[in-house]
Design a protein around this ligand. Sequence first.
Ligand code: PMP
Length: 333
Amino acid sequence: MTDMQAFDHVIDLVGNTPLVRITPTIETTPTPVLAKLEYLNPGGSVKDRVALTMVSAAEEAGLLPPGGTIIEPTSGNTGVGLALVAARRGYRCVFTMPDKISEEKRAVLRAYGAEVVICPTAVAPDDPRSYYSVARRLVRETPGGWSPDQYSNPNNPAAHYATTGPEIWQATNGRVTHFVAGIGTGGTISGVGRYLKEASGGTVQIVGADPEGSVYSGGSGRPYLVEGVGEDIWPTTYDKTVVDRVEAVSDRDSFLMTRELARKCGLLVGGSGGLAVVVALRVARELGPDDAVVVLLPDSGRGYLSKIFNDEWMYEYGFLEPPSNEPTVSDVL
Ligand code: PMP
């Protein structure tokens, strides 16, 4: 039946995400801010693109044989992307992760058919029990085992150079003047940044959003709560030559903006999206009506309901003021 509108597999839906205006709904700025909704990828995040490109390149290079095993130290979005691609192409997936990772996140990966190996959190990365070391050992011991290693794999930024960057350029008719993204592995900002610099003859400004304390904005690796962005080391997937500026944002500002995006714009996204929007609005306030800012929202807020979207959790960390003793609606009813 060729006359039916249906895709063969959900991985055929990776990419081609829409841009949605968030100004003036979130704030009135002289310059429009357009959000790229990466949580609309089938695995719920920007990492579906990277998983697909890394696996395809490994197949072509003969690194991942038919029926082979994908092994990666990951607890999050990259694992989901890899599990989706593995399901389609007949690979086994084994993910190692530290025991501090919530049961919720382990369950998502198992639901997609992946095997999860839990390792102790409280050991150094080079300890043989750490989730990095266990992943390396499993690759050595598993025939047909391959690790994508998203922190050093050039196909991570290449995925964004090939897809995310061109999509933004085409959707804005080449009118984008500023691109803002959080930096984790640096794959997104490096790949999109390189594409937009080339397409615009070097005029598009590339702005990184970073948690306060992370190395990209000059920090020492001090801890922060926003997930998926910031590092305490410099990965090789980050190309700082295409990044014009990096802005630091506090956990509090990131989380309050994340909540506002859901309430005002109907965009339920993770904390790294809120962090990037804080920076996009800072940039947009400095510009004029002929500019256009594009900001990338990496994943969905569903994975953070017990944290960012939980008032008690927000009070505990002092990110929100607990309510006073005035009667609430439920007291009055
Ligand atoms: N936000 C979230 C939630 C992520 O999982 C990631 C990936 N680590 C990023 C942002 C950053 O993307 P990148 O690794 O491409 O820099």
